[in-house]
Design a protein around this ligand. Sequence first.
Ligand code: F6R
Length: 611
Amino acid sequence: MCGIVGAVAERNITAILLEGLKRLEYRGYDSAGVAVFTNNGTLERLRRNGKVAELEQALAGEPLVGRLGIAHTRWATHGAPCERNAHPHFSGSDLAVVHNGIIENHEALRERLKGLGYVFTSDTDTEVIAHLLDHKLKEQSDLAAALKSTVKELHGAYGLAVISAKQPDRLVAARSGSPLVIGLGLGENFLASDQLALRQVTDRFMYLEEGDIAEIRRDSVHIWDVNGQTVERETVQYRDGAEAADKGEYRHYMLKEIHEQPAVVQRTLENRLGHDHVLVQAFGPQAAELFAKVRNVQIVACGTSYHAGMVARYWLESLAGIPCQVEVASEFRYRKVVVQPDTLFVTISQSGETADTLAALRNAKELGFLGSLAICNVGISSLVRESDLTLLTQAGREIGVASTKAFTTQLVGLLLLTLSLGQVRGTLEAGVEAQLVEELRRLPTRLGEALAMDTTIEKVAELFADKHHTLFLGRGAQFPVAMEGALKLKEISYIHAEAYPAGELKHGPLALVDNDMPVVTVAPNNELLEKLKSNLQEVRARGGELVVFADEQANMSDGEGTHVINMPHIHDVLAPILYTIPLQLLSYYVAVLKGTDVDQPRNLAKSVTVE
Ligand code: F6R
């Protein structure tokens, strides 16, 4: 999704801005642009539809040299992806604005500004901000003061960075609903929507909070809070190089991230398991006290994280005996919700900045939940900051837009939550917890065994390369795994894929099955296996080709039109984590065969910071 980078320095900042944009590329975007107050004393911009590399090439031909600048990668929301709609947006020739988020009242503002004589050159909501700010500057010449008055009229979400040729010693910024971070240098300062964009120039950061306005000069930073009061924000220093992104021996980040799963699952378990029980304090010092009161769980998330929540529902109800509801955040946030007494509100998110999930958490605070827990991969995210309790997944930075290692570490986090709630509330037998703790310790090894099937799955992928539709089937906790498998396939290979609980097949989708519609299913050896086998017979009887990932003890074998891939045996509770791996690999290899942009699939963004 959109990315912002800004810099005010004594040196030429164009290369810093470009490098920042490249580091944000993984988030997904469709155009890029830069505006620089040049050493000639003019504000100049260059924008390109397409990749940052195209902007870089254009800049090589038409260099912009200056010490103050802002840059942006745009993921289109208002107006098609094209150069005219790319940021930065200008008002006149002196004012440049970049914006992440959505301005909901842009149409009314546009009409008003047109009435004042402003001429619009793009279809974006952002251009409204540029002209409104220009209008305010006529009454109030100070840039930060004019920005404060501008944002009062904006409804929606924004992370904004602004420069003006008339005040070329500063960069001003505003945050509401879309993250911004200031990077602190020596005699130079920076701004970005994600600190990763600035790691090449600094390791010291200051995170803006909701409603903050900042004025960033070469040698000072001034921040006002939502009430207009001057505030200090804490400076955070990062020393490790763990975020350095590189594909290593792998062809794509996605494949690298799939293969990292044994290690990151191991890391997610570290310091969280006692000899025979889960360490409840892993969720925070107040967790035990809060968990003891929990009688209900409401999970809210989006996309892949929502699928993790759906798996957790099976665990929470069957192991901890706690009723659980799971809902996508974009629905939950706009629904009139009836909250059961003593309900724990759980959000799940890789990024911790997903707009709908964050809004759902904020709404939930008004609804009388017992407390909130975020299961999240980014410790410095808004979701973590705003939740009562946190469990950080230790997946490390996930670059591939399609989530893989974030999902399996979320599942691990959710199983730790289930065992903790069962333990604290006395609803889970100690022997069962001890056995599952033991199984969790073995999980990284089992995941490694599943990854060793890589070449077998690569071969199976050939069956899908010329197909247009696929069905994924699962029963019980494997149904959300099938949903996640279908989501992965559609995201990166653009093959239409749908998931169904296997028992639903004959209630409609069976009509679709023919020899052009492969059916993928996951079949651990559990009490639902025989029922699943009958469902698969229904598919075969209609000529549907089957790909079955089956437990090695399930006694299933290849037959005509049936491809069985044996999986290492695993305890049924952990099966959803293990069976995710072959489905990730399958989507990956199908996408490679189809030649799609695996790490940055079309139309998608890594961190969905607009609703
Ligand atoms: C799919 C995918 C998305 C995200 C969703 C939520 O591969 O990555 O469906 O899971 O956008 O994002 P987070 O987890 O960052 O809240």
